[in-house]
Design a protein around this ligand. Structure first.
Ligand code: GLY
Length: 375
């Protein structure tokens, strides 16, 4: 049976979705049984761990919170608390544009589920630390200050858009409303320069760190400066959709829709994105994580617009991942066939924590919409 179109499959849509969620939650518990530190990405199907969670630790804690929320398993709860507690030390990182990734799936989720005030306060601090990295005169948050032996103070990464909801959340929690200027300034700069006229995005854009004057589009993890790295495109869909909904903002919504249109138009027939939409034939790798993140963003777009086509597209992406990338083997993550960073030879055709997190997150969101009778 071809499960690619939710609309066509009647009752069986519930079965594949329930089965995919079940399998994913079981896999979280299987990974957890061998874990001391934070799983980051796999190499040859074996997890590489980091003691402080680098930029992905929030996704691991987030997976444990999702597993607990799904079935009420007390062990998952204890493990979610354990890993979230360890991340709290990172709340004041001043050289980390990924604080949204670190704190939204972990501390904020934990606070939502458990009412732990310490988590709420840590997330508020993280929001201030992220906003504090804003270069006021240039109008952006740089992607790291110094990275790989190079001064990155003028480099903006499209991924950062997906971190800004942390700041909006903090303002909604009573934080300083002036922090919204950071969100507005950074996002507007992205819309003017990082997003191209056809709705695709650069992975990275170089600006003068002194004046904010644009220099040129570029990439770090994509195939080339002018190609479209699929995960970057997915971060743009999701980040802009979240901001559009939270603020709310119609310009951001339209930009997210343009990014989604590009992503969907360039998907191959199997509905699993290539690692770069213009990847040459001799680099035929997939990035399942881009599909999972895009599915999450498309569900956000459905929520913001009510357009059913976005939910159908998310279901197509997720059922393709469930069919061809969900891991049924002994080792590795929830999804196989993700690509972390092909140009630097990291995690090619492997599992990555962010892909695994957004896969389960999007599956559960889709299930909620189904339960609400949306489908
Ligand atoms: N640095 C974010 C990503 O690899 O997607």
């Amino acid at each position: 049976m071809n499960l690619r179109s939710l609309g066509d499959v009647g009752e069986s849509k519930k079965l594949w979705l329930a089965g995919a969620i079940d399998q994913a939650v079981r896999r979280v518990k299987k990974i957890d049984s061998g874990v001391i530190d934070f799983p980051h990405i796999t190499e040859q199907k074996k997890w590489r761990f980091t003691p402080d969670g680098v930029w992905t630790g929030g996704f691991w804690a987030g997976l444990l919170w999702l597993a607990y929320e799904h079935d009420g398993d007390k062990n998952s709860l204890a493990r979610a608390i354990h890993f979230t507690d360890r991340l709290l030390l990172r709340a004041d990182d001043t050289n980390n544009h990924d604080l949204g990734f670190m704190f939204v799936p972990s501390a904020i989720k934990g606070w939502q589920l458990q009412g732990n005030e310490e988590y709420r306060l840590a997330a508020m601090r993280a929001a201030r630390a992220l906003a504090g990295q804003y270069n006021q005169s240039a109008g952006f948050i740089p992607g790291w200050g110094f990275f790989g032996g190079e001064d990155w103070s003028g480099n903006v990464l499209v991924d950062t858009l997906m971190n800004l909801p942390l700041i909006v959340w903090a303002v909604q929690q009573g934080g300083d409303p002036a922090l919204l200027e950071v969100v507005r300034g950074h996002t507007d700069k992205n819309l003017r320069h990082v997003m191209r006229t056809d709705g695709s995005v650069y992975h990275m854009f170089r600006f003068s760190p002194e004046t904010g004057a644009p220099i040129a589009g570029d990439t770090y993890q994509g195939h080339g400066p002018e190609t479209t790295w699929s995960r970057g495109q997915a971060w743009a869909i999701g980040g802009l959709a979240m901001l559009a909904q939270m603020l709310p903002d119609l310009e951001y919504l339209a930009a997210s829709e343009r990014a989604a249109a590009y992503f969907l138009k360039h998907l191959p027939d199997d509905n699993v994105p290539p690692w770069d939409f213009q990847a040459p034939a001799y680099l035929p790798y997939k990035d399942a994580s881009a599909g999972a993140i895009a599915a999450f963003g498309l569900i956000k777009l459905f929520d913001a617009t009510g357009k059913r086509e976005y939910l159908d597209a998310a279901a197509r992406l997720l059922s393709a991942l469930a069919e061809t990338c969900a891991n049924k083997g002994e080792e590795g993550g929830l999804l196989l066939h993700s690509t972390a960073d092909l140009p630097h030879g990291l995690g090619v055709d492997e599992s990555v924590m962010y892909g695994d997190y957004y896969y389960l997150k999007a599956l559960l969101r889709l299930q909620q919409r189904l339960d609400q009778g949306t489908l």
